[in-house]
Design a binder for this molecule. Structure first.
Ligand code: GUN
Length: 284
């Protein structure tokens, strides 16, 4: 392997340690402990794991964690009432509703009910608008975490050609915006893209967020490119893999994120970072 590992676990742990120190400092200054409310509806096993990791990180840095585990048949009205209560609670600085929600819930309306100042996922329409307009606001965690990872390579990203594979609301599209705002020339690829291999081969930075194992072949990677794999896929034998053919890509790339231990850890740490940012920007 020639690529250097972009070590999401280490970089996330360092970020969490800095936040923990800041929480301790806030206590000496008589400032409040940041609080994060995490709402889980139903019993999707993957969501259960993600929520457990978020609550654990919350406690690790000394935040207050407010846990709501609700049955799958909870009504939209009851969820609105919970969001209204959390919006009004001054001990709560961040509110996260784990997605996906059961099909009878209008997830968009529920997310947009959250006070944008407490929307630590950065999913509220007002926060997405702020990102587009480069205004102050809370930014989606996964793309923001990838920008933190990219700041840990030895390569400046301004002027580079970034190819983003995947255009989801919460990951692919905001990822393209983050890279564009950081001065990259960006290309977004999706299911109608005719020559995915041809675009990936032109990229100085490749970011893949689709959820299909082996979608991006290692031999497509331009020698020296940075490869960021946001996909997390569980194979039938139980192993976790990303969307990029890791072994071959790592022979060509200059930097590459592993799966697991790459972007996933950064998403959780960035959620915690956003909660501190919400507390300090909007509620101190
Ligand atoms: N489901 C999968 N990833 C996420 C995330 O980052 N935030 C929320 N709210 N739900 C998710």
């Amino acid at each position: 392997m020639t690529a250097r590992i972009l070590d999401g676990k280490r970089i996330a742990d360092e970020l969490l340690a800095r936040i923990q120190a800041r929480v301790a400092e806030r206590a000496t200054l008589g400032k409040s402990r940041p609080g994060l409310a995490v709402v889980l509806v139903g019993s999707d096993p993957a969501s259960g794991v993600y929520v457990k990791n978020k609550r654990k990180a919350c406690k690790q840095v000394g935040f207050r964690s407010f846990d709501y585990d609700l049955p799958a048949d909870t009504s939209q009205t009851d969820l609105y009432a919970l969001i209204d209560k959390l919006n009004a609670d001054e001990k709560v600085h961040g509110i996260l509703v784990q997605l996906p929600l059961p099909p009878h819930i209008d997830a968009t309306a529920l997310i947009n009910r959250i006070d944008p100042r407490k929307d630590v996922d950065g999913f509220h329409a007002a926060n997405v608008g702020s990102l587009v307009l480069r205004q102050r606001g809370l930014r989606p965690c996964t793309p923001k975490g990838v920008m933190t990872l990219l700041a840990h390579t030895d390569k400046p990203i301004r002027g580079e050609h970034a190819v983003i594979v995947g255009v989801s609301n919460h990951v692919g599209r905001p990822m393209a915006l983050e890279l564009l705002l950081a001065g990259c020339t960006t290309t977004s690829c999706h299911k109608f893209t005719r020559d995915l291999a041809g675009f990936v081969a032109q990229a100085d930075i490749v970011v893949v967020a689709v959820g299909r194992p082996g979608l991006v072949k290692g031999e497509w990677i331009k020698p020296g490119a940075i490869v960021v794999d946001i996909g997390i896929n569980r194979l039938d034998d139980g192993t976790l893999v990303g969307d990029v053919e890791f072994d071959v890509a790592a022979e060509r790339a200059s930097w590459i994120t592993p799966v697991p231990g790459g972007v996933g850890r950064m998403t959780v740490a960035t959620l915690i970072e956003n909660t501190l940012e919400a507390a300090e920007t909007f509620f101190d």
